[in-house]
Write a protein that binds this ligand. Structure first.
Ligand code: SAH
Ligand code: SF4
Ligand code: F3S
Length: 450
């Protein structure tokens, strides 16, 4: 087997996507070749998510399916990485003996070394250290013969883990304590991306607002807040757009809000998860802020950046959530009028405090509440989308086809442009578009008249 093939299936959040890229790069450096077909690959990696029970079930059913593939092709190797691997460790190997390697969230850089030693002990590499340091690892962007295939945006992990311990959340258990990377490593990575032609960077962390607060990120130990990092990266020549995700409202500083009025390339979009509109529920969730503080932050953001688009995460049916609490959530939706949201039914997760609460909400009621929330959010999103009509917006082009192109506004709205007279362009270019239609999920427009 001179060039074994590998296939990575990624579940979960952007941090997992970035981790999958890192694993792919380490494998390529060792002579592996990426394949698009799971069943015929020599190595299959499932990079998993454990945020809700459903996410974990998806992994388990895929692993069940792979058991049969493995019977037909015993030489295939199966690795489970990511948050389910970290959470389950040895238990996973017991339940799924056809798994060859369980790779925790702080172990991804050891992937190829562990694969070389699969016959020896060490097939379970998990465990979280409070002193973990995310290694400096410069991304290599492959060259593409067709300009249309060239990547133009990338994620950059600036910190990992979380210290907030929201009562429902597995992340502190699967990603460990909050650790920020060194500023010089982050800037070097951003510079490498820009040098390779990347036009948009999204900085990633579970709570970017507390960047640099739990460990030192500078050589001399001087404080270095997230807002300063944004300013520094925004200076890179050739970078056209900067985004970040995600933030806990309790740590959203005035200084960070001000960045939206001062940094040109910072996109006018803020994802600010609220989780509930009820103070009683927020308290049980251990979110450490009130709806009043949340609304104050929203007002602050809008005062610095009047056209900022806001999105959120919402959990319905948290243990003990009454009809009254849920009405508060609906009321918050009406008050803020989010451009979009990700909403979920509460799900019990292993090791979390809320999984032991004895006042669980019935599944049917959770479903009804979720449907009501999502229906109203869809209406509000549509109204927002329609309010773009007749405005000229700047999009970053994502895909080009014979019929036209699709791109995204800074506010994170998808725009389709159907025009046979397009100028020569590539993904990653910016283009002015006049919007003539706002649909439920996207906008449509044309090139503005000369
Ligand atoms: N760090 C981010 C959240 C990451 S998890 C933050 O603090 O906002 C992404 C989203 O999944 C959360 O915002 C929450 O809405 C949802 N989520 C997390 N745990 C959940 C659970 N046990 N049940 C349902 N939804 C959950
Ligand atoms: Fe989970 Fe809360 Fe941390 Fe977000 S802030 S990752 S919801 S514990
Ligand atoms: Fe899922 Fe882990 Fe991300 S639980 S959401 S993959 S941090």
């Amino acid at each position: 087997m001179s060039h074994p093939s590998f296939f990575i299936k990624t579940f979960g959040c952007q941090m997992n996507s970035r981790d999958s890229e890192i694993m792919a790069q380490t494998l390529s450096e060792k002579g592996y070749v990426e394949s698009m077909d799971m069943e015929t690959s020599d190595l299959v990696i499932l990079n998993t998510c454990s945020i809700r029970a459903k996410a974990e079930q998806k992994v388990m059913s895929l692993l069940g399916m792979l058991r049969n593939v493995r019977k037909r092709r015993p030489s295939m190797r199966i690795c489970v990485a990511g948050c389910v691997a970290e959470q389950e460790g040895a238990r996973l190997m017991e339940r799924m003996p056809h798994v060859d390697l369980v790779l925790g969230t702080q172990n991804i850089y050891q992937l190829t070394t562990l694969l070389d030693n699969l016959d020896q002990a060490g097939r379970i590499a998990t465990g979280l250290s409070p002193d973990y340091e995310i290694p400096a690892y410069i991304p290599v962007i492959p060259t593409f013969s067709d300009e249309q295939d060239r990547p133009f945006r990338k994620f950059l992990t600036i910190m990992q883990g979380c210290n907030n311990f929201c009562s429902y959340c597995v992340v502190p258990h699967t990603r460990g304590r909050e650790i920020s990377r060194k500023v010089k490593d982050i800037v070097a990575e951003a510079q490498a991306l820009v040098d390779a032609g990347i036009k948009e960077i999204t900085l990633l962390g579970q709570n970017v607002n507390s960047f640099g607060q739990t460990n030192s990120v500078t050589e001399d130990g001087s404080p270095y807040p997230f807002s300063l990092l944004l300013r520094e990266i925004s200076q890179l020549n050739g970078l056209k757009r900067l985004r970040f995700t995600t933030s806990n409202p309790k740590d959203l500083s005035d200084d960070l809000m001000r960045c939206f009025s001062e940094i040109d390339i910072l996109c006018h979009h803020f994802h600010l998860p609220v989780q509930s509109g009820s103070n009683a529920v927020l308290k049980q969730m251990n979110r450490k802020y009130t709806r009043e503080l949340y609304l104050d932050r929203v007002a602050g953001l809008r005062s610095y950046c009047s056209d900022i688009s806001l999105s959120t995460d919402m959990i319905v049916g948290f243990p003990g959530e009454t009809d009254e609490d849920f009405e508060q959530t609906m009321d918050l939706l009406e008050t803020v009028r989010f451009h979009g949201s990700f909403s979920f039914k509460y799900s019990d997760r292993p090791g979390t405090r809320s999984s032991a609460f004895d006042n669980k909400v019935e599944e049917d009621l959770k479903t009804r509440r979720l449907q009501r929330f999502q229906k109203r959010q869809d209406e509000i999103s549509l109204e927002h989308n329609q309010s773009f009509i007749d405005q000229t917006v700047e999009i970053m082009i994502e895909k080009i086809s014979d019929e036209g192109l699709a791109g995204r506004t800074g506010s994170n709205h998808i725009v389709h442009v159907n025009d046979s007279n397009l100028p020569p362009c590539h993904p990653g270019d910016l283009l002015q578009v006049k919007i003539d239609h706002g649909g439920p999920h996207s906008l449509r427009g044309k090139l503005p008249a000369e």
